[in-house]
Ligand binder design. Structure first.
Ligand code: 6GU
Length: 253
């Protein structure tokens, strides 16, 4: 079972991911375990202080190394007790390496992961130097703390674990699985507010449907994410489908 420990001053935030939807059910099924550690429980004074002013001056506060280091030590000890030889220790920060599907798949192979979610302007760099294996960011914008980013990471790792998704929702159907965005989806009714479902989807011709879906995925990726398109080699067939898409959509928005 994959073991997560998270160091956070807001443990209740993680109830959201531990309880809802497929990720909540995966925890109930015992496919992973998640334990939160609060640095405040390792603070030295009666106020349970975990932050202090930055050396060198300036605005904001910095998370003190001692309570954070002790909470991390407790998290690593629990990983050891759960049988994890060497957990990956990840600090969530906008300064980290950008999260993508390849990094998620790399993390899915781990036995245990310790997540460090900072608040304020950041954490004392000496904790990073001593205890952290890598720093990860979930995008080029700033959150108020690492908790939401840690939950994003937990969600996208857990949904890749065997047994979490059924056949229908299989991760192999996901966007990015094949380096492409997903195709459009439709369900009943056939006519909604004057808009119809593409005829090919009603045809029952599964070869044609598969071809249409791949064409839409290629076209969307080309139009919306040229960065992904440059990274992905196209087969002869895919190249032809994309050209078809371009002809069909030429002059439309
Ligand atoms: Cl990992 N942390 C914070 N605070 N903000 C972020 C982020 C992480 N990734 C993107 N923005």
């Amino acid at each position: 079972m994959l073991q997560f420990d998270v160091v956070t001053i807001f443990p209740p935030m993680f109830d959201a991911v531990a309880e809802a939807g497929v990720i909540g059910r995966a925890r109930e099924k015992g496919l992973y375990q998640l334990v939160a550690w609060n640095p405040r429980d390792f603070a030295q004074n009666a106020h349970r202080t975990v932050d202090d002013r930055p050396y060198g001056g300036g605005p904001g506060m910095v998370m003190m190394p001692d309570p954070l280091g002790k909470a991390l030590a407790a998290a690593k000890q629990r990983q050891k007790s759960a049988g994890v030889k060497k957990p990956r220790v990840i600090h969530l920060t906008p300064q980290g390496k950008l999260l993508n599907h390849a990094l998620v798949m790399d993390l899915v192979g781990e036995q245990g992961i310790v997540l460090l979610a900072g608040r304020y302007e950041g954490i004392d760099e000496r904790v990073v130097a001593r205890d952290v294996d890598e720093e990860i960011s979930i995008g080029d914008y700033v959150l108020s703390g690492g908790e939401l980013a840690a939950m994003v990471l937990i969600d996208c790792i857990v949904r890749q674990l065997p047994g979490v998704l059924g056949d229908a929702e299989s991760a192999s159907q996901d966007s990015f699985y094949d380096g492409l965005l997903d195709c459009p989806h439709y369900t009943r009714p056939e006519l909604y507010e004057g808009q119809v479902v593409p005829a090919v989807l009603m045809s029952g011709n599964h070869a044609e449907i598969g071809r249409w879906r791949l064409k839409q995925a290629l076209g969307r990726t080309w139009k919306r994410r040229p960065d992904l398109m440059r990274q992905r080699k196209l087969t002869e067939e895919e190249h032809g489908l994309l050209e078809e898409y371009k002809r069909e959509t030429a002059g439309t928005a």
